[in-house]
Write a protein that binds this ligand. Sequence first.
Ligand code: NDP
Length: 459
Amino acid sequence: MAAYDFDLFVIGGGSAGVRCGRIAAGHGARVAVAEERFWGGTCVNVGCVPKKIMVNAAEYGAWAEDAAAFGWDLAVAGHDWAKLAAARDAEVGRLSGIYGKLLGGAGVTSFDARATFVDAHTLDVGGQRVTAERIVIAVGGTPTRLDIPGAELGLVSDDLFTLKALPKRSIVIGAGYIAVEFASILRGLGSEVDLLYRAALPLRGFDEDVRAAAAEALAANGIRLNPDTAPTRIARVDDHLMVSKSDNFMREADAVFFCTGRAPNTTGLGLDKAGIPTTAGGAIPVDDDHQTAQPHIYAIGDVIDRVNLTPMATAVGHALADTLFGNNPRRANYQNVPTAVFMVPPIATIGLTEADAAAIGPVDVYATHFTPMRHTISKRAGRRTLMKLVVCQRTQKVLGAHMLGEDSAEIMQGIGIAVAMGATKQDFDRTIGIHPTAAEEFVTLRTRTREAGVVQAAQ
Ligand code: NDP
């Protein structure tokens, strides 16, 4: 008889956990996965998928208006929130169901229950004791609120997907991925939106030109930007909320969203019983093989707070399953991870920012701003496209590619392959453009805009 109930127990049925469990089972392991909330995790249920559907919805309003410039006579009577919510929820339900079925089809035992550690090989799974030789922690993260009076009156990102109606006036706090995406959705569907953030520009960590272009685009879309601003208090006044800001200015709203970061879901998991420490922020430290302090316990996905993106999580889960059970030891690559922010218009990027590249050595910077053809006709403000390449002066390798503009996420996936392969600027230059597209600008950037990092390199 086997010493343990399972070869592998995965805690968490999100992107990372489901992929890891499914692939491990395919390699012949006896696998169980526990999920306490919803199969598919944040991405499918309260993240990427429903968010993208709502971004699509927000874009249609502008497109319908723009159609007039192309000769269409469309009457837009308004937006039906309930209809959008029903369509979104049906798609989320379909995908979540597929996640559950994928596991069953692969021979994985699924538990619709919370799993917590009893000891380093034993879990309490909805009141049942289960043992496993190896355990993977893939419990993800959860949205946080700021610690200010009245914070409980504010909403978090999960709540957008259960709102019964569009708030007339919204305040979005923060300026990271979720904040600018939510601000774009709410504004695009017709809400008056204030974005409150503590930095001078949104999207800390992104290339400075992209950040500046993002601020311009958000403002052009009618989002009121409040940089260098911290909310100090939320209060209910009659039928609305009142948010106080650091300069004592008050702003009324019908909904306030905290988009101020996410925290790993490690509270109450019993990690102490398994001898696994966490960082001050609650993340589980792991080594390059995703091993925790216990060599037979691994942690993957948002719970390690490294690159909190779905495709990264699935890649890591897959590599771990191949390593442990597929006789194919390998690691997913955390370098050159392309990413997109689905604000309107979207941002997409791969590789180094100009500042990060310049800190390493001299770089050539190629940048262009232009109005895409569609909007030379529509005359819509806030649709200027930015494209930028950051090139190592010595090797001519493209170290970073950045874009703000329509279709940027679709374009950057292909550019990402080239950058990950180590393509040089000359490789880009000798590629023939597809005309007429915005994407062709990436292969026709002939004139260097500036060089950077030369002074640092000389020091
Ligand atoms: P981010 O870390 O991207 O942004 C958090 C925002 O909250 C920042 O603007 C930050 O400001 C602000 N903030 C944090 N603490 C405070 C504070 N004490 N007071 C005031 N402001 C504060 O987190 P998100 O929640 O937006 O997203 C979490 C992660 O999820 C992302 O980093 C990304 O990895 C992933 N994600 C990916 C998406 C995609 O691929 N399209 C979409 C959504 C999420 P500051 O910058 O000044 O610190």
